[in-house]
Design a protein around this ligand. Structure first.
Ligand SMILES: [Zn+2]
Length: 307
């Protein structure tokens, strides 16, 4: 009996050691068929194990659609658990808003689901998906041996609006010109007046320009401001209001104009930085992590446009 107890105790301890503790998902019920599943706002670290993405759950007739799946297989599993607490219906469709690992590397957990993205997103997942696993492992100091990139099986070309019906739900899958990345997809639900922006929209957080095209991004934000929206789910941070989209666009416009002004005066990007008013940016999270890259990226774009 004693031996049995000991064995059971070890088994339970063993389970606890291997159970992965991820930060809680903030579930926001927009209506009975639409839930924003908000991840924590911090960058990947050991405690959050790379969980940082906002996902969206859209409930249809016989199955559900999940927008964005997290940075690893375990985050995908975590999201699946959250979904099971909301609905019994299976995830039949996954939409990736862009190729970055924090939005795509949980795809493998949704076996049998059709994965949908922009054409260029699929190509980039195939090409550099493993680099993103290396990136999250580097940032968290953890290993994710079971994470693997799974590209989309259904894709849409750049500069397209695609009206589709999935599980009885009307969607517009909007692929703008490359904005945050070359292969962005925004998801619009006309019946709910809801938009999932991926990282074209981030709230209270410094956007990341590393793969972006700032000018096209500003144009896309302008198009969003002309939409009639009730719910705006950003890729990171709390739900947005239209005034937040306007503010994000204004910050980016002012940054581009400031860099262009400096460029025309013959300044290098490091000197241009000193001339910029970054007060509106400094209030955002991850300013220190992203802003240097953002200014350099904008400089390269200004240079190319003025060459
Ligand atoms: Zn992201």
């Amino acid at each position: 009996m004693k031996r049995l107890l000991l064995a059971v105790t070890f088994f339970v301890i063993g389970l606890n050691v291997f159970a992965v503790e991820l930060p809680k998902t903030e579930v926001i019920k927009v209506n009975g068929n639409l839930y924003a599943l908000l991840g924590p706002p911090e960058l990947p670290n050991k405690a959050n194990r790379g969980y940082m993405v906002n996902s969206t759950l859209i409930i249809g007739d016989k199955g559900v659609i999940l927008v964005d799946t997290g940075f690893s297989d375990e985050i995908g599993r975590h999201l699946n658990g959250v979904i099971k607490g909301i609905t019994d219906k299976p995830v039949t469709h996954v939409i990736n808003t862009h190729h970055h690992g924090d939005h795509t590397l949980g795809n493998s957990e949704f076996k049998g689901a059709e994965i949908i993205s922009a054409e260029k997103c699929k190509e980039l997942v195939e090409k550099i998906g493993y680099e993103w696993i290396g990136m999250v492992e580097g940032m968290t100091g953890l290993k994710f041996p079971n994470t693997r990139p799974v590209p989309a099986t259904r894709v849409y070309p750049e500069h397209s609006h695609n009206a589709v019906v999935l599980q009885g739900v009307k969607l517009d899958l909007w692929v703008p010109g490359g904005s945050h990345t070359p292969g962005d997809m925004l998801v619009y639900l006309p019946d709910d007046k809801a938009l999932m922006g991926g990282d074209i929209l981030v709230n209270t957080i410094t956007p990341n320009f590393r793969d972006g095209n700032v000018k096209t991004w500003i144009t896309t934000l302008g198009e969003i401001t002309r939409m009639d929206l009730k719910t705006i789910v950003p890729g990171h941070g709390p739900l947005m209001q239209m005034q937040d989209v306007h503010a994000m666009r204004q910050r980016m416009l002012a940054l581009y104009a400031g860099v262009e002004k400096g460029y025309k005066q013959g300044l290098m990007d490091s000197d241009i930085r000193k001339t910029l008013d970054l007060s509106a940016w400094k209030r955002l999270k991850h300013f220190d992590a992203n802003m240097g890259t953002n200014i350099s990226r904008t400089y390269l774009e200004v240079e190319a446009a003025n060459f």
